[in-house]
Design a protein around this ligand. Structure first.
Ligand code: FAD
Length: 284
C-alpha cells in the first residue's frame, strides 16, 4: 500500500433483500476482497429499517477476512435502541462504524432523540469510549438541506470534533470541489482524513435520480454524453469508467488519502476503475 494513500481502498455494499442478491454478493465480495481493501461497509436503512439485514450482511461479507463496518443512522431512533445495537455490535466483534444522521422517509414516525450526526458520534463515544473507529459523511458540494456551504462546513467540523476518526464524502465528479472542501475543512482545524466517495457510472437514469436527491452535481458535459448513449449500456460503462478513473487519478495525485467505492453491490465497475489507475492502490 502506498504510504501517500494510507487509507487505501474501501468498498460499500447495501444489504440485499433476496436470496439471489445475497448469493451474488458473495462473488462480489470475493472479487473485491482480492484487491486488499482496508475495509468493507454496509449501509443501514432509515429509522433502523434494515437493522437485522445490515448486521447479517456485515457477518456475511467479513467472512472474506476484511474488517467490515456497519453504517448506523440516528434519525427516528431512541437512545435505548441505539445503545442496544452498539452492545450487540461490540459482542459481535465489530469495531468500526459509519455514523450518520440518515433521512426519515415521509410518514415514518418522529425524529427520535438524536437530531444530527454530531450528536450520534458524541453518544457513541459516551457509551463505548474508543472501542469503535468512527467514520462520518462529508459533502464537498454541500448537503442538500444545508442553509449555506459555510454552515455545512461548520457542522461537518463539529461532527468530526465530536470524535470521528475519518470522513467519507458523498460522491462528486469535480476534483476541485473535493480539494476546496478539504482545504476549507483543514482551515477549520479538521485533521481527520477525508476520503473521497467514488460512484462508478453504469446507468444514467439511476445516477441522475440519485444525484438529484443527494445534491451531487453531474457536470453538463457528462450528462450530455450519457444522454447521447441512450440504452447502450456498454458505451455508458466504457465512458463512465474513463471519466471516473481520471477523477480518481487526479484525486490520488492531489493527495486524497484513499478511495471509498459505492459499489451498488457490483464488482466489475470498481475493478475496471482500479485497473485503470497507475497508483499502487490497485493491489492485485
Ligand atoms: P448530518 O451531518 O447530521 O447533517 C445533516 C444536515 O444537518 C446538514 O445539512 C448539516 O449541515 C446539518 N447539521 C448537521 N449538524 C447540525 C447541527 N448540530 N445543527 C444544525 N444543523 C446541523 N443514509 C442512510 O440512510 N443509510 C446509510 O447507510 C447511509 N450511508 C451514507 C454513507 C456516506 C459516506 C454518505 C456520504 C451518506 C450516507 N447516507 C446514508 C446518506 C445520509 O444519511 C444523508 O446524506 C443524510 O441526509 C445526512 O446524514 P449526515 O450524517 O451527513 O447528517
Amino acid at each position: 500500500m502506498s504510504t501517500s494513500h494510507p487509507l487505501g481502498i474501501s468498498f460499500e455494499f447495501f444489504p440485499p433483500n433476496t436470496d439471489v442478491g445475497r448469493e451474488k454478493l458473495i462473488g462480489v465480495r470475493d472479487a473485491l476482497a482480492a484487491r486488499a481493501p482496508r475495509f468493507f461497509s454496509v449501509t443501514y436503512g432509515a429509522g433502523g429499517s434494515t437493522q437485522g439485514r445490515t448486521l447479517s450482511t456485515v457477518c456475511q461479507v467479513r467472512e472474506a477476512g476484511i474488517t467490515t463496518a456497519p453504517h448506523l443512522s440516528c434519525i427516528g431512533s431512541e437512545k435505548a435502541q441505539l445503545r442496544d445495537l452498539l452492545v450487540q455490535y461490540q459482542e459481535e466483534g465489530i469495531d468500526s462504524l459509519v455514523a450518520l444522521r440518515g433521512d426519515l422517509p415521509s410518514g415514518m414516525g418522529g425524529i427520535g432523540e438524536l437530531r444530527y450526526a454530531n450528536e450520534l458520534v458524541e453518544f457513541i463515544r459516551t457509551e463505548t469510549g474508543d472501542h469503535f473507529e468512527i467514520a462520518v459523511a462529508a459533502y464537498p458540494e454541500s448537503h442538500p438541506q444545508a442553509p449555506s456551504f459555510e454552515r455545512d462546513l461548520e457542522n461537518f467540523a463539529r461532527k468530526v470534533k465530536a470524535g470521528a476518526n475519518l470522513a467519507i464524502t458523498q460522491y462528486f465528479f469535480s476534483a476541485d470541489a473535493y480539494f476546496h472542501f478539504v482545504d476549507r475543512a483543514r482551515a477549520l482545524g479538521v485533521e481527520a482524513p477525508i476520503v473521497p466517495g467514488i460512484m462508478p457510472i453504469t446507468n444514467y437514469t439511476k445516477l441522475a435520480r440519485f444525484s438529484d436527491a443527494c445534491g451531487a452535481e453531474i457536470p453538463r458535459w457528462i450528462r450530455k454524453q450519457l444522454e447521447a448513449y441512450g440504452d447502450d449500456s456498454e458505451a455508458i460503462a466504457g465512458f463512465g469508467a474513463e471519466v471516473v478513473s481520471r477523477l480518481c487519478q487526479r484525486l490520488l495525485e492531489g493527495g486524497a488519502p484513499g478511495l471509498h467505492f459505492y459499489t451498488l453491490n457490483q464488482a466489475d465497475p470498481c475493478l475496471r476503475i482500479l485497473d485503470n489507475l497507475s497508483s499502487p492502490l490497485a493491489a492485485r
